[in-house]
Design a protein around this ligand. Sequence first.
Ligand code: ADP
Length: 267
Amino acid sequence: MQAVQLSEEGTSVPFYLSQGDECEIFRAAYNNQMPLLLKGPTGCGKTRFVAHMAASLGRPLYTVACHDDLSAADLIGRFLLKGGETEWVDGPLTRAVREGAICYLDEVVEARKDVAVVLHPLTDDRRMLPIERTGEVLEAGPQFMLVASYNPGYQNILKSLKPSTRQRFLAVDFDFPAAAQEVEIVVAESGLGTDRVAPLVRLAGKLRALKGQDLEEGVSTRLVVYCASLIQGGMPIPRAVEAALIEPLSDDADIKQGLRDLVATVY
Ligand code: ADP
């Protein structure tokens, strides 16, 4: 289930509970034609935020989940064989520039290095996208916006954004919502009542406190929503907690037992 909100114009937009002034920053970036970088752990609401803002601004959204094999050609486009003829097919970035859409590059540091080369002329005041293969040079209109995200928690020396790339973006730091807000989000997303969501969020807080000691990454709001949805669907709490909050976090039997001991302090 995905809750919706109404925009100022009365159209429905994906539900997003703001944590601070990130919606204002996004609007300012859009109005000033500046790219935006969202930093934060997985499952804390970055993708939902972008979907919410794109719908609020009435712009189409192209989301690209970046991976280590994603190249500039995947973003820009390529010639494909169609019925014996070669035909140029725009990639999502090119389409976004042509249509004046928002292009969201999720986990941008995962992408191949040649992606940065493409982003540079697009993220400074030139706002240009050269398409070498066709000889075209597209100029981005005022409605085009580039948004990228990355998870500083995963950073290593090989995979970090170069200063020459990151200093072209405005940036907003994301984290897991405060407990009261997380309860509100999980209730809206799962339909489970506040009194049953509150202990789950308390448990998530305790599990997050283990980050760095036993766990590489704290439990995400996404997993708390999954857990609440399973319980709302009728699954017994211990089974839902095991499937959504224990097993996804670790493969190590001792660590999982430690997590179960923590669960016992809440339920
Ligand atoms: P990320 O992109 O940071 O990995 P997502 O945006 O996919 O995370 O968030 C995961 C899920 O958590 C969303 O699908 C939504 O259910 C929920 N969520 C997290 N934060 C919020 C929020 N502030 N408002 C509404 N839903 C949220």
